[in-house]
Structure formats: structure tokens, C-alpha cells
Design a protein around this ligand. Sequence first.
Ligand code: NAD
Length: 261
Amino acid sequence: MYTELEGKTVIITGASTGLGKAMALRFGQEKANVVINYHSKEENVKEIIQEIAQNGGRAISQKGDVSKEEDIKALIQSAHESFGSVDIWVNNAGIENEVPSEKMTLENWKEVIDVNLTGTFLGCREAINYMLDHKIKGKIINISSVHEQIPWPHFVHYATSKGGVKLMTETLALEFAPKGIRINNIAPGAIETPINAVKFADPESRAAVQDLIPIGYIGKPEEIASVAAWLASNESSYVTGTTIFADGGMTKYPSFQGGNG
Ligand code: NAD
């Protein structure tokens, strides 16, 4: 637990499911004020707010599409009106779908880029402006992916978006370090969330993914939430412009294990 997070306000995008939900619950346990942005699965939100309240935190929700400027502005407005501050912003919302590149339509491409890349930019820009205006040495945490580094055929829009988030994070971190705003990425490997539900329900596909993970198991959302809490805490005070890979070793060339190569 990080006592300095108590009473801090955190906005998390795409927080009605998966990693966003786990981060909302974790920041709730830290007794932060949690602003849950959601786009779907509204039915989950009430439960998340209740659980946060039971743990002594406070939470509100705000529906919105991260790729729309007006929705991002409404999100920060609602956080400010409810809690009077925005100290931490987590750009978590993201989508993926499999399309061989030669068949990828402009619509397929834009859909993923708009949410994963443009949505992250809009969130960063809004958070930075708020933090500068209010002289807050805030923290921004972007959720990229191991695919900011590992190429992914059939998912060129996704890999491009996450590679873009990597350089966006590095560029913004450099630009705003003198103002005390720290900006980092978390790159999850394969984590048990709805984004992977169909793939992991098939035993063969699940086993194929598991073979790519040296640590031997598919990650849990809480294992990403704990990295987010650390990045938001004072314990990571000297960390900015970097990606923390939370991937069970997936990016460490597992095919070389056992002396291969
Ligand atoms: P998820 O599908 O449970 O979560 C994604 C969330 O984003 C959903 O709640 C969805 O409603 C929301 N969302 C989608 N479009 C949105 C929009 N336009 N505006 C606002 N919210 C929107 O999956 P997840 O695994 O929790 O994914 C969270 C993030 O983690 C994503 O950015 C994803 O790319 C990244 N990631 C996940 C994994 C993994 O294995 N689960 C691995 C690497 C990266």
C-alpha cells in the first residue's frame, strides 16, 4: 500500500472490465478517488463503485468514448467537479481485432488507431493541461502492450498503435519532466481479461499462448494493477519515459530457452 495515494484523484479509461477494472479496484484499496470512464458494460460499474466504497475509497463513473475530444473534456470536468483535482490519469481503453493486413479496410485501421493511439494522446494532452494549470506534479500511465515491441501479423493496426504509444510516452515524458509530470507505459503480456476471452476459451489457443510465457502462466489483471499503483506512487519517483514490461518474460525470446539458438 502507498499511503501517499490516499485522497489523490485518478482517472482510468475503459475501466468497466479487465485491466481497467482491476486498476480501479486497486486504487480504491489505496483510498484514492477513482473516476471510472466506461464505454460499455455499464452494468459492471455500479458493482465496482460499491466495492471501492467498501474499501474506504470514493468513486464515480463517466461514460465516454476516449477517441472523442468532447468526451475526454467531460471526463476531466467531472473529476474536477467531484473531487477538485486530477493527480493520476491512466490511459487504458483499447481494442483489437484480427484482420490480415492485405484485407484491412481503412475503417478497420481507423477504428483501432482512433481508440488506442488518438484516445491515449487526447487523454495525455488533457491531463497535462490540467496538471500544468493547477501546478500538479501528476503521473500519467499509458497501457501499451508487448506489441509496442513484438511485431504482430494480422494485427498491424494494433501493433502500430502500441508502438506509437511507446514513442508518445517517451516524447511527452521528456517534454514535461521539467514540470514534474511523470509519464510511463505499462506493457502487459498475455493477461486473463475479456479482450482474450474467446482465444483463451479454446484450450489449443490458450496452450499456444502459454508456451510463449517463460514464467509459465497467463497473467492476472491484479498483476498489472500493482505496477500501476507503484508507478503512481512516490516509490517510482525517478522513473519517467519508460515502459515497464509485465509479461512473464514474453519479450525475452522464449524460443531461446534451454540453450536453443
Ligand atoms: P478489455 O476489453 O477488458 O478492456 C478494454 C476496455 O476498453 C473495455 O472496458 C472497453 O469497453 C473499453 N473501450 C473500448 N473502446 C473504448 C472507447 N472508445 N472509449 C472508452 N473505452 C473504450 O481488455 P483489457 O485486456 O483489460 O485491455 C485493457 C488495455 O490493456 C488495452 O489497451 C489493451 O490493448 C491492453 N493490453 C491488454 C493485454 C491483455 O492480454 N489483456 C495485453 C496487452 C495490452
